[in-house]
Design a protein around this ligand. Sequence first.
Ligand SMILES: [Zn+2]
Length: 303
Amino acid sequence: MTKEFTPCDICGNKNFSPLLQVRALKRQIVRCDDCGLVLVNPPEQGYLSIDFEDEEVRKKKYDQINEMLHENFGLRDKDVLKQEEKWKRVHFQSRVGEIQKHQKSGKLLDVGCALGFFLSVVPNEHFDIYGVEPCDISANIAKTKFGGRIFHGTLKEVNLPENSFDIVTMINVIEHVASPNELLKEVHKIMRVGGVLMIETPTLDSLWPKLLKERWWNYREPEHHFFFSSQTMKKLLDANGFALIDSIKAYKLLSLRYLIFQFNRYSQKLVKIMLWALSTLGLADKLIKFPQRDEMIVFCKKK
Ligand SMILES: [Zn+2]
């Protein structure tokens, strides 16, 4: 290995033990010998998050899925995305329900808001909503819905007023950024004391990464650099002035068709057969609550 390790993002230690290799991505996943943080190290291109910069990569993935749908069902892209949007809405509404267990109302900021989909299900009679998004294409689309409530840039770049938010949400963001530690420092600044932070991210406290090892979908996602357990998450929160109040294992609400598509990356053949079976049984559009159990939602308070 010629490239050098980047010091651990949580504890600054420079010694790591190899955990596994993801050959397809030429990446090495290691564990910090001190705090146990699991991460891609050495970093690929300085942990650049391709999904933030490169809309084309994202579009390519969509196109692949849509191509398969067209082949199997003769459906058009628009129809498919529309069908899935219905389930996505229900899925995100369940997240709002979880937030309201801890904070009923207030000024809410969604960090990494993308197109603003989550914001669009947050009830504005209870919440004063804002979003931050570094990808310019996504931010511009979100602005068409929310105008000046969307800030384009990273949290650091947009320089929001200190102590001003009651709730901050980060849904599948922290595993993507170059430094979760720096991100939490920025989040801490802009929140009022006692404010609630919600983080949703894949978790290692699950059977899936243990069973699948380097084939676990999160290790194979090129945009994912950091993989937390409840222990390392707690260390990160402690180090940045947050007190953990609740942690739950997430479930996803999705259609059976969409679930089957997730296996596309393992075997396209198998996916085709299963789609045919679903279609024959009339089950493709059935909504299910999938207990994926490898995603955690963490709630904490600014101390
Ligand atoms: Zn460490």
